[in-house]
Design a protein around this ligand. Structure first.
Ligand SMILES: [Zn+2]
Length: 441
């Protein structure tokens, strides 16, 4: 599946812009979504490559699509190949059956439109909904979560509310196990945001809650988990309030690190706070959720590439797929274990209801289970599906061709790849019970 969710209805309903795929030509770093002067420097220190198109990570280059392929298709190909690799190596059973195992007697190929683009996709398949692990589910879930954040915050700012973007990272050293650094990060945030001094700040600054997103990369110094936290305040803070709060947070982060027996790191790196301003840009950023902007910065770790030569987990998986290096596979397995049961993006209690009172919250599983909308072009029974699914290239070729030419497009691809059309039915044939021969799965 693509990162788009054509059938979505819930949260997207209030969006200001039709969904569209992230453009590969975007150049502006997410840093520019913050109007504070020093903000962009700080942020570029944290995410030097932002979400820019050419930073779409090395794995995009490695898993490159055919020349001339548009960026939307390109991303789908990369995700499909990466998921194919994941199925072969994952320790998580649900990831192995994601986009692979039919839920019923047949897989359905549906053709519809998404925005102004014709799209097609296989449906009736299990979906894992693992935001940390699955390239296809992660894209879908993160896209939606990004939209939610953008929508909620944009409404809040329109009502003269305020928000700060707090990034916190723990100093790490080579050899630190991911599980340990993860736990330390969680504990650190808990310590910093729960003490009496924080409660004082909370009251004085009118802090309503926060949205927390955890990310992880792996580089020369080992695992590097960090958190992006949107701190939502009743009103826009004054410069003085913001700088004092930022200083206090940094001080508390250092104190908490010490308490946790960790190296306290450096000021300006371990914790940064940038005000989110409604001024120039923000409205534009927020409406262009899919391309750049706050929602993306917070939710779309899957689009980023690692910092300072570091790698995102998907890049590690892609590297393994290319080189077969056992070290990379072990890193991936460690990542699978360490992320189990952890939430990647979370709104603090009550905040979502406050900012998005009219939209119901969907679980990751629900979002991942959403499928291509539109008309059925073909029904594919198990033996035929086995022939199609085993090669991600064939599978995507079927989808791309069906988007353009429906049933005929599908047949053309099957002929090109010398795949028998036996067990594949038109919707008309499928509707007549005698026409369909169901072979045992
Ligand atoms: Zn999945």
């Amino acid at each position: 599946m693509s990162g788009k969710s054509p059938t979505n209805s819930g949260v997207g309903a209030g969006r200001r812009q039709e969904p569209h795929p992230p453009s590969s030509t975007q150049t502006s770093s997410a840093a520019t979504s913050f109007t504070n002067g020093s903000g962009s420097e700080i942020l570029s220190e944290i995410e030097p490559e932002g979400l820019s198109g050419h930073a779409l990570s090395r794995y995009y280059a490695k898993f490159a699509a055919a020349p001339g392929q548009d960026p939307f298709s390109e991303r789908r190909i990369i995700r499909a190949r990466l998921l194919h690799t994941l199925r072969q190596v994952s320790t998580v059973d649900r990831c192995k059956s994601c986009g692979w195992t039919p839920l019923g007697l047949a897989v359905v190929l549906k053709v519809g439109t998404t925005g102004d683009r014709k799209t097609a996709g296989f449906g009736g398949l299990e979906r894992c909904g693992r935001i940390w692990l699955c390239p296809e589910c992660a894209a879908k879930i993160r896209l939606r979560r990004g939209e939610e954040v953008a929508e909620g915050i944009s409404r809040h700012l329109d009502n003269d509310g305020g928000a700060l973007f707090w990034t916190v990272a723990i100093p790490h050293e080579q050899g630190d196990a991911l599980k340990a650094v993860f736990t330390t990060l969680t504990e650190l945030i808990r310590l910093v945001a729960s003490g009496r001094p924080f409660q004082r700040d909370k009251k004085a600054l009118g802090i309503l809650g926060n949205i927390k997103a955890i990310e992880v990369t792996h580089g020369r110094n080992g695992w590097h988990p960090h958190a992006h936290i949107l701190v939502v305040t009743e009103r826009v803070l004054t410069w003085e309030q913001w700088t004092t709060f930022a200083r206090n947070l940094d001080y508390r982060v250092a104190a908490a690190l010490k308490k946790l027996g960790w190296n306290t790191g450096r000021a300006g790196i371990r914790s940064t706070v940038i005000p989110v301003d409604k001024g120039e840009g923000l409205a534009a950023y927020i409406t262009k959720v899919q391309e750049k902007g706050l929602g993306n910065e917070l939710a779309r770790a899957d689009l980023k590439s690692g910092r300072r030569g570091g790698r995102t987990p998907f890049e590690i998986l892609a590297d393994f797929s290319e080189t077969g290096l056992v070290d990379d596979l072990e890193l991936w397995w460690e990542y699978e274990k360490a992320t189990a049961g952890r939430s990647a993006i979370r709104w603090s209690k009550g905040l979502r209801a406050l900012l998005l009172p009219d939209t119901a919250e969907q679980s990751d599983d629900e979002i991942a289970a959403e499928e291509q909308g539109g008309e059925a072009a073909a029904y594919i029974t198990m033996p035929a599906w086995r022939r199609i699914r085993r090669d991600p290239e064939v599978r995507l070729a079927c989808e791309f061709a069906a988007a353009e030419e429906g049933w005929e497009g599908l047949l053309r691809v099957l002929i090109r790849y010398r795949i028998s059309a036996q067990g594949i039915y038109t919707p008309e044939e499928w509707a007549v019970p005698d026409e369909v021969e169901l072979e045992p799965g």
